[in-house]
Ligand binder design. Structure first.
Ligand code: UD1
Ligand code: CA
Length: 477
């Protein structure tokens, strides 16, 4: 009993990713297309990790180096090169030298991204570490799949799995079988190499079919088991862009449902896209058409208006984000973006990397902020640019004002101290500091530091020409 337990722990996962993926009609290898902001194969790797795989072997073939480079951030992967690609059985043959002596091998496909940990755990349980075990599905439309062949067994007194026949090799009668092989199987490692060595390519496609292992196992006196899933989505593969879009929506609907069950109010669960991690406090509401990328946090009571795109931002509690706002933080700490409690942003605001808005800040329409900190209660409500600036508390930043932070070669900082009032249409030529409590008159170009508490203004005085008259249209006749 003891030995069996330890062999159960030895879980080798082979992820097949050698096929060509012609129908994607793309230069990108199929498994590197993204679903929910992650490549297809990364979804599968994540599942293998969650299962506690001791060994993860990715079979690469077509565009092998592209796939390997894309996965170079995963030091826990072993790559097996399959060149040329002679079928799924041949793919696993290429992985076999890396498989351990005991335990089992779970075969997955890099283009079946939504397979669940729950189903695979059940499948592994059925195999008990010693039986070839198939994940099957009852498909109302089994076209294209391998059909599971069963016979009344003398030795078991019930039906027994005896083989899998591929669509192209199946007789008309076999094609009526609705129980199909999903492409996922568990193979006991003690038999793996011996069984694989018996594969031939004597079939319509002249390929080495992994599915032939079933007959090989049965012929050598072994019982083959199965576990059935009822979820078509989790065993669906991606072969073309239509299937990719179908699985994307299925994935997003699952995410949306999980958010709603957690208390997030979604205006329409069909109109949200989470391409990363979205962490919400209580009483968060999200209107239609929003996209969340990377890691986004939304504090309690925060409301996100329609058609906002939020990437890598930490939004505090009680924030109102009005429609069509784009917030774009980066992965690096210097590029992080945070929005303070009770702030109001939008509509049509653009918040770029390195922006930190304090509590109760207001940022309005057509305002762009980059690499800047705004203190508590400061406001930039209309048509403005704030870049590389440190802005104190209670500052009012007028419509049409900008920080001229770039001299054509270098970026410079603007400092605006507490309680400054910047009038409309000002140009603050950095580096420059506006002292606390000061006022900059509308239309000023500020090229040197403005003192505290004073009015600084730089503009031509208005002139009036009393005898001037407007031109009039010439008579056309
Ligand atoms: C396979 C099964 C079929 C099952 C179906 C489920 C075989 C012979 N048939 O058929 O019974 O119903 O999956 O989707 O296994 N691959 C390689 N190297 C190769 C060939 C394929 O790495 O030489 C990879 C592909 O990239 C893909 C996976 O193996 O990720 C499955 O290959 P695919 O050609 O899609 O198999 P199907 O014909 O769909
Ligand atoms: Ca095939």
């Amino acid at each position: 009993m003891h030995e069996k337990d330890s062999s159960m722990n030895d879980l080798n996962v082979v992820i097949m990713a050698g096929g060509k993926g012609t129908r994607m009609k793309s230069k990108l290898p199929k498994v590197l297309h993204e679903l929910g902001g992650q490549t297809l194969i990364e979804h599968v790797i994540k599942v293998a990790q969650s299962l506690g795989a001791t060994q993860k072997i990715v079979v690469v073939g077509h565009q092998a180096s592209d796939v390997q480079v894309a996965l170079s951030t995963h030091p826990d992967l072993t790559f097996a090169l399959q060149e040329p690609q002679l079928g799924t059985g041949h793919a696993v043959q290429m992985a076999a030298p890396h498989v351990s002596e005991s335990g089992v091998t779970l075969v997955l496909s890099g283009d079946v991204p939504l397979i669940t940990v729950e189903t695979l755990s059940q499948l592994l349980e059925v195999s008990r570490g010693e039986h070839l075990t198939l994940l099957t599905l009852n498909a109302p439309d089994p076209y294209g799949y391998g059909r599971v062949l069963k016979l009344q067994s003398q030795r078991l007194g019930q039906t027994e799995i005896v083989g899998i026949v591929e669509e192209k090799d199946a007789s008309p009668k076999e094609r009526l079988i609705q129980e199909v092989y999903t492409g996922v199987m568990v193979i006991p490692n003690v038999h793996l190499k011996a069984w694989l060595s018996k594969l031939t390519n004597h079939n319509v496609q002249k390929e080495y079919y992994l599915t032939d292992l079933v007959k090989i196992a049965v012929d050598s006196g072994h019982v083959v088991l199965s576990h059935q899933t009822h979820d078509v989505v989790e065993v669906s593969g991606v072969n073309d862009c239509a299937q990719l879009a179908f699985l994307e929506r299925a994935f997003q609907e699952r995410r949306a449902r999980a958010l709603m069950l957690q208390g997030v109010r979604l205006a329409d669960p069909k109109r949200i896209d989470v391409r990363g991690e979205l962490v919400c406090g209580s009483d968060v509401s999200i209107d239609v058409g929003c996209v969340f990328e990377g890691r986004v946090g939304l504090g309690s009571g925060t409301r996100v208006g329609a058609y906002c795109v939020l990437s890598n931002v930490e939004v505090g509690p009680g924030v109102t984000i009005k429609p069509f706002t784009h917030m774009e933080g980066g992965d690096k700490p210097a590029d992080s973006v945070s929005i303070g409690e009770g702030a109001q942003v939008g509509p049509f605001s653009r918040i770029r990397p390195g922006t930190h808005l304090g509590a109760h800040v207001h940022v309005g329409n057509f305002v762009e902020i980059k690499n800047s900190t705004l203190g508590v209660g400061s406001k930039a409500n209309h048509l403005a640019y704030v870049g590389d600036a440190i802005v104190g508390d209670r500052v009012n930043y007028g419509a049409g004002s900008i920080t001229a932070n770039y001299d054509g070669a270098n970026k410079h900082q603007t400092t605006i101290e507490d309680d400054v009032h910047v009038g409309s249409n000002c140009v603050l030529v950095a580096p420059v500091t506006l002292g606390a409590g000061g006022t900059v008159g509308a239309g000023s170009t500020v090229t040197k530091d403005a003192p505290k508490g004073a009015l600084t203004v730089s503009r031509a005085k208005p002139v009036t020409l009393p005898n001037w008259s407007r031109p009039v249209k010439k008579d056309k006749s």
